[in-house]
Design a protein around this ligand. Structure first.
Ligand SMILES: C[S@@+](CC[C@H](N)C(=O)[O-])C[C@H]1O[C@@H](n2cnc3c(N)ncnc32)[C@H](O)[C@@H]1O
Length: 693
């Protein structure tokens, strides 16, 4: 192209096109050409500033932006871009001045208000930051970034109701905004008891949206769901006047959101469970009396209840009368060559349909018109078949010979745990960013840590819930190992479905991992070592697989946090309950009728067979105190980097031990735990680094 014949506007357009497409050198030449003719062409000056910024030549960039605004004092973009640059290089106060100037010239720039809000937040001026975000949203109600950023800020300043609102708006504007889903999920889990000004209608709308989708871990938000949705029905249930004709209960049976909750989240509440059991029995009686007309009206609820019962692995107690009726119903359905979907769904509320070979044959190739019944067929037949196929693709490593490992393996072959349906979708994240966030307020340096091809080992990956979190590290390859082939097949099915390609599964005992012939940059092992015969033996093997300066995330049970469970375990032992499904049902009934109920009913692990087995009937469980952990870390030359805990707990700790700025004193944490015994109710989960020799 002959530029000599082009106008200034044409050359500027051409330069901008080069600029956009990465042709920086050509763009620079053309911008400068314009300046030879028109030295005050402020757009070219500004674009040269942007080019310099892109090349990290910050001083040059600042000069160009200044020249641009000198050339035209009303050039709004010049002020905005100078503000952006100063923000990027950490000169926050100065950047505020330029943003304000830009706003003076153009009070309708949502982008400038959003940037200004970001800087106010950096400066700790939260109220001004909130006002600026709101101004951005006022100008552009669909400003996704402003809604998302405001959500974060409002949750940090403890205004969770408003934060929920803005995350929800961000998701509605961009349904693929994975970060908003993740933050929303965390906010619901952590801020439940701080929410005072809940707008019931809005919250139900939000929950319906979240439960129609598959982008969060629905069980993890159950306590929130319970608090906003179930209080009235729980009052009725405890009032002992559960009449199915009651309007509230009828609404419950017909409510789409309740159906979705039953399909996707474990119901972790004894009162609601008892209602579901009453309703289940009622449907069974009606089916036994062939009152299909009555049942038909509630088909969506019944299909959903069947999903719930499969999800909790049939943990609900069944009376003798019910067991007899179920056997009869099963025989009737097996002898009926026509598929009776409702009858099968009611049967599916009591037993897995795949436990009948005849029904399996009937349903494997059956095409239902109902999407809910199709889902039952998928979860009860097609997914287990898929897992059987995948098992053949998972290679074993070494022989499992340790007696405890063998027993633990049997447990997780029969009851893979944790079973899960959906989780927050991951986004590719820089491992370093994640680590820095999780160990806050501590900081660590990155020495000899490669950021490409990061090798991650998830030892004892179980059913893949843990892997789903670890596989998001950018440029990483993940190896997941576990004793249990059934758990690994479950994990592989889930991660294949989510489209994750960077995962290799191996069936192995941690004790055999030295045969792997591979080392790792990151090793994660949560909820596993305490199930080994000698946890330190397992840890030593993992430490040997960790590269120098590598990082390790460990999860171990706390002696203090699990103290409450000991009484429950003793009760189970005294009463001779065992880990079979029938015995677990009896155990749950007995404990629910006893004064030990409150020690266990608040744990979500009380609400499915595999989790009760994991919680109460484990083949092997060690628990630790922080003093013991301190000793172990010293022995293996591991540096403690910090716990992964909610911001709220870290704030409480910093008020209690303000002098421990990095929050790494395990001695202080031990004291803190004694004063707040539920701090590590899940586990101690913490990051470590191998000290360089
Ligand atoms: C409670 S589950 C935790 C699963 C997973 N880490 C998570 O957080 O979702 C414990 C897992 O550790 C596995 N496990 C226990 N001992 C092990 C060993 N010696 N070697 C390999 N895996 C083991 C079990 O098979 C089981 O899947």
């Amino acid at each position: 192209m002959n530029e000599a014949n082009l106008s200034v506007d044409d050359i500027f357009n051409l330069a901008t096109r080069y600029h956009k497409n990465g042709g920086y050198e050509n763009a620079e030449v053309l911008y400068k050409k314009i300046l030879e003719v028109l030295p005050k062409h402020y757009q070219s000056l500004c674009h040269l500033g942007l080019l310099a910024k892109q090349q990290r030549k910050y001083r040059v960039a600042v000069q160009y932006f200044y020249k641009a605004i000198e050339a035209d004092k009303s050039y709004m973009e010049g002020y905005h871009n100078l503000g952006e640059l100063l923000k990027e290089i950490g000169q926050y106060q100065k950047s505020v001045d330029f943003y304000l100037k830009a706003i003076q010239i153009n009070p309708k720039s949502a982008a400038t208000y959003n940037s200004l809000a970001v800087v106010f937040k950096k400066l700790g001026q939260y109220q001004k930051s909130i006002e600026s975000y709101l101004a951005a949203i006022d100008i552009d109600p669909n400003h996704e970034q402003a809604h998302y950023n405001l959500g974060i800020l409002l949750s940090e300043v403890n205004r969770p109701e408003k934060a929920l609102d803005h995350y929800y708006k961000a998701i509605k504007i961009n349904p693929d905004n994975v970060h908003s889903y993740q933050n929303l999920n965390v906010l619901m889990r952590e801020s439940l008891f701080n929410m005072k000004e809940i707008d019931q209608v809005k919250i139900e709308e939000l929950l319906l949206f979240l439960f129609k989708g598959n982008n969060i871990d629905h069980t993890s938000v159950f306590p929130f769901v319970k608090s906003v949705l179930f209080s009235e029905i729980i009052k009725i249930i405890w009032g002992k006047n559960v009449l199915l004709e009651n309007n509230t209960i009828q609404d419950f049976l017909n409510n789409e959101l309740i159906h979705l909750i039953l399909q996707k989240s474990l119901i972790c509440d004894l009162a609601v469970e008892s209602l579901l059991m009453i309703i289940r029995k009622e449907f069974l009686l009606e089916a036994s009396n062939k009152r299909w007309d009555l049942v038909e009206k509630k088909s969506n609820f019944i299909f959903s209840l069947a999903e719930q019962c499969f999800l909790n692995e049939y943990v609900y107690y069944q009376t003798e009368q019910e067991i007899n009726l179920v056997n009869k119903l099963r025989a009737r359905l097996e002898n009926n060559s026509n598929i009776n979907e409702l009858g099968l769904a009611i049967l599916g509320c009591y037993i897995p349909l795949s436990s009948s070979e005849i029904i399996t044959d009937q349903l494997l190739n059956y095409q239902s018109k109902s999407s809910l019944f199709k889902e039952i067929i998928t979860t009860q037949f097609h997914e287990p078949l898929e897992e059987n196929r995948l098992k053949k693709l998972i290679k074993p490593l070494g022989k499992i010979t340790n007696t405890i490992s063998k027993r633990v393996k049997v447990q997780y072959e029969v009851n893979p745990y944790p079973r899960w349906k959906h989780s927050s979708k991951g986004v590719s994240i820089n491992f370093w960013d994640l680590l820095s966030k999780e160990i806050e307020p501590n900081k660590t340096t990155i020495e000899n840590f490669s950021s490409t091809n990061i090798q991650v080992l998830v030892a004892g990956c179980g059913t893949g819930k843990h892997i789903v979190r670890a596989k998001d590290y950018r440029n990483s390859e993940v190896t997941g190992i576990d004793l249990s082939l059934n758990s690994l097949a479950y994990a592989k099915r889930k991660t294949d479905k989510l489209g994750y390609k960077n995962i290799q599964y191996v069936q192995a005992d941690i004790l055999n991992l030295d045969e792997l012939d591979k080392t790792f940059d990151v090793i994660e092992c949560a909820g596993v070592l305490h199930h080994m015969e000698t946890p330190t033996e397992g840890l030593e093997i993992l430490v040997n697989l960790l590269r120098p300066n590598g990082f390790m995330k460990i999860g171990l049970y706390s002696e203090i946090a699990r103290k409450n469970l000991l009484g429950v375990r003793n009760f189970a032992k005294q009463e001779r309950f065992s880990s079979t499904v029938e015995s677990i049902r009896m155990f749950r009934k007995s404990i629910s009728d006893s004064n030990l109920k409150n020690r266990i009913s608040s744990s979500s692990d009380f609400y499915s067979v595999s989790s009760v087995r994991d919680l109460i009937f484990h083949e092997q469980e060690h628990r630790f105190t922080l003093s013991q952990i301190m000793e172990i870390l010293n022995k293996f030359g591991l540096e403690f980097l910090g716990f992964t805990l909610s911001k709220k707990i870290k704030m409480m700790y910093s008020e209690r031990f303000p002098e421990d700025h990095k929050q790494v004193s395990l001695k202080n944490w031990h004291q803190f735990e004694k004063e707040n015994p539920t701090t590590f109710a899940g586990m101690y989960t913490f990051w470590l680094r191998k000290k360089a020799k």
